[in-house]
Design a protein around this ligand. Structure first.
Ligand SMILES: NC(=O)c1ccc[n+]([C@@H]2O[C@H](COP(=O)([O-])OP(=O)(O)OC[C@H]3O[C@@H](n4cnc5c(N)ncnc54)[C@H](O)[C@@H]3O)[C@@H](O)[C@H]2O)c1
Length: 318
């Protein structure tokens, strides 16, 4: 099987499941000028979807709508088959239930035109597990978004054992054209990248609450008044690159390497081998494009100030 259409020629997108994430995808695709067909079996799904799109539209307008973008380009289909029968791309966002996804994805696969890529919003199921019942599993991929998909740019794209590379490449290119920030993963890992990281914090937060070590408020403000302010600009690796001062990641690892053995988390840290150390140092060099630490610091500081101002403005307007 080959792709039916070039990623840049897609006009018709189907969204199956129209809750928080599916509705968010609908809003995103409408704002980018696509014709969207949605299907969701819940009796009140149409009203909920319309409310979600209405609520998202001011933010999308503020960000800038694509030419021809309109809420009028949404059709709520009566059946799954109507929704995907003429689609040029399908995004599935039904509940996180493996049996449900196995059944639903095989129905989508049977109803969507040949060569149309089908992507799942799953938060953590590997596509290998979800594509088992599909007649043409090669065109199925994961396209994992973050809530709300119309504002948070990230989508993680990865195939399963039966997915073909063309489908993964096609989806990555399509999402990029549709205005997302794409991470195309080479390997299937449960939870992908961002959810594994998010989950590590989440599990530790639950440990702390369960043990009475910190309150929910303390945990949340420890992030929003702390490291969260750096993260809009620098991920966890470059944040620690700067924690090493002029010596960057190499000083940071030499200085704080022993702390990896301290009981700072219930997650077991990996052995800090020379290979891991080298990969971290090299990774920071590459990710920062060789930009000197001082310049990264100045950029980070400006960004943190801008983000703080933006957050304050929102709080004051409540
Ligand atoms: N909520 C998040 O932050 C988040 C983030 C990323 C990915 N996801 C993933 O997105 C998917 C949807 O999650 P959500 O948070 O939007 O859930 P949700 O409960 O808000 O929405 C699920 C929707 O699916 C509909 N539905 C139920 N059975 C269905 C079926 N058989 N076929 C089609 N639709 C059906 C429901 O009526 C509902 O509207 C899940 O796989 C979830 O893991 C969620």
């Amino acid at each position: 099987m080959d792709a039916r259409i070039a990623p840049g020629s897609v006009r018709k997108v189907a969204c199956v499941g129209a809750g928080v994430i599916g509705g968010g995808w609908v809003a995103h695709f409408l704002a980018r000028g696509y014709q969207v067909t949605a299907w969701d079996p819940a009796p009140d799904a149409k009203d909920k979807l319309q409310r979600l799109v209405e609520a998202a539209w001011p933010a999308l307008t503020e960000l800038g709508l694509a030419e021809g973008a309109s809420r009028e380009n949404l059709t709520v289909a009566a059946t799954l088959e109507d929704a995907v029968g003429e689609a040029e791309f399908v995004q599935e966002s039904a509940p996180e239930d493996l049996e449900l996804k196995l059944d639903l994805l095989s129905r989508i696969d049977a109803a969507a035109p040949d060569g149309v890529v089908v992507s799942s919003s799953t938060s953590g199921f590997p596509m290998t597990d979800m594509q088992q019942r599909c007649a043409t599993p090669e065109r199925l991929v994961v396209g994992h978004p973050f809530n709300p998909p119309y504002l948070i740019p990230l989508v993680e794209v990865v195939g399963g054992e039966k997915s073909e590379q063309w489908a993964v490449d096609w989806a990555a290119e399509f999402f990029d054209i549709a205005g997302k920030h794409v991470i195309k993963m080479e390997h299937e890992v449960p939870g992908f990248i961002a959810n594994r990281l998010q989950e590590a914090i989440w599990r530790e937060a639950l440990h702390m609450v369960a043990n009475g070590e910190a309150t929910v408020e303390q945990i949340d403000s420890s992030i929003t008044a702390g490291p969260g302010l750096r993260w809009p600009l620098l991920g966890p690796c470059l944040t620690f690159h700067l924690a090493g001062g002029e010596g960057g990641m190499s000083h940071m690892l030499d200085h704080f390497g022993p702390s990896l053995k301290a009981p700072w988390t219930r997650l077991e840290a990996p052995e800090l081998t020379d290979d891991l150390r080298d990969r971290m140092v090299q990774g920071c060099e590459e990710a920062s494009g060789g930009t000197p630490v001082a310049e990264l610091v100045a950029d980070r500081d400006r960004a943190v100030i801008e983000v703080m101002r933006a957050v304050d403005k929102i709080k004051e307007s409540r």
